[in-house]
Design a protein around this ligand. Structure first.
Ligand SMILES: Nc1ncnc2c1ncn2[C@@H]1O[C@H](COP(=O)(O)OP(=O)(O)O)[C@@H](O)[C@H]1O
Ligand SMILES: [Mg+2]
Length: 318
């Protein structure tokens, strides 16, 4: 998209009133992310939104993404939106370290991430709604409509997924503004707090999904899931809810990669990332959890059936 980039850079130059240089940032899976500098030391982030991502059903419409990004900034978590351009947006540059999975697994970082989520979720509501189950329906419909390759055996799990959805619906909390795509690379640690970028899939949702998605993307074990749940809720009780969403994150985002691989092949090649291998890996992880005998206990726990009676205290010594 050289045209969008050069016309955006011209507009940024006019806005800044001084010449700018630009450097492409590696790592974005969907869009073109460019750092913009001036000789005076200003630094901004230009996000060029690829309309094919939204058109393929892989992200919310661009104008809504910008609305949600602005609200996340108001919550003190997202980057400030400085300038809206045709097909692009100029953001505050967050100076810090982009996280990787190992960093997201550090307990101190997990607590900071929980804090960032609490701040985001307490902020202004987003302009869009999100449910991982409706996203699964959408992605499945896309795969069927375009005859895309989905992992073998995928659809056989759909009845189990329906049980998980029914269990989660029993005590559904109010929806809060969620990011819904918290892979490690969407976190930036600025030295004191964790900030969150990339609102392509944002929408009001169950906060437990946010935690389950973080856990899925950074390969959390059960202990870390409990730690994150406790850091967010102040209580370990919703950990089973988070675990079920962890499974749903792996199961559903499998198809995100299948669709990306199938519909945006040219762009996927440019990103130097194996979308098909990622789909297979996510599906293998989901199947391991769906096949685990512990799944029934998680479902019962979330439904509220497994409330253990309080132990009877031993008789006082005579
Ligand atoms: N506002 C920002 N400030 C500093 N770095 C950023 C900012 N936004 C994104 N980045 C960097 O660019 C990378 C890709 O950006 P992101 O918005 O996540 O793109 P994509 O939608 O393609 O995943 C991030 O992982 C982060 O390293
Ligand atoms: Mg990203």
């Amino acid at each position: 998209m050289p045209d969008v980039l050069s016309s955006a850079l011209e507009l940024v130059t006019a806005w800044a009133g001084r010449p700018v240089t630009h450097t492409q940032i590696k790592g974005g899976l969907s869009h073109r992310i460019v750092r913009v500098d001036t000789e005076a030391g200003d630094r901004w982030l230009l996000r060029i939104l690829d309309p094919r991502v939204s058109a393929a059903g892989l992200g919310i419409p661009l104008d809504l993404e910008i609305v949600n990004t602005t609200r996340a900034a108001q919550a003190g978590v997202g980057a400030d939106v400085l300038l809206r351009l045709p097909g692009a947006v100029l953001l505050e540059y967050i100076d810090g370290a982009t996280l990787n999975a190992a960093a997201v697994r550090e307990p101190a970082m997990a607590r900071r991430i929980a804090q960032a989520c609490r701040r985001l979720h307490a902020g202004p509501r987003f302009a869009t709604e999100f449910s991982i189950f409706r996203k699964l329906d959408d992605l499945l419909a896309l795969c069927r409509a375009h005859a895309l390759k989905i992992p073998e055996g995928y659809e056989a799990w759909l009845p189990v997924v329906a049980d998980i959805e029914a269990a989660l619906a029993v005590r559904q909390p109010p929806a809060v503004p969620c990011h819904n795509d918290l892979l490690p690379e969407n976190f930036i640690f600025d030295g004191s707090a964790v900030r969150i970028v990339d609102y392509q899939l944002s929408g009001n949702n169950d906060p437990a999904f946010e935690l389950g998605d973080i856990a899925a993307e950074a390969d959390y074990d059960q202990e870390l899931v409990k730690l994150l749940t406790r850091a967010y809720f102040g209580d370990e009780d919703p950990a089973a809810r988070v675990q079920l969403y962890l499974i749903m994150s792996n199961f559903t985002w499998t198809l995100w990669f299948s669709v990306h691989h199938g519909l945006l092949a040219e762009q996927a090649a440019a990103a130097d990332f194996d979308y098909d291998a990622e789909a297979a890996d996510k599906f293998a992880q989901a199947v391991r959890a769906l096949d685990d005998p512990g799944l029934g206990l998680l479902i019962d726990d979330v439904r509220g059936r497994r409330r253990l009676p309080k132990p009877i205290p031993p008789p006082a010594p005579a």
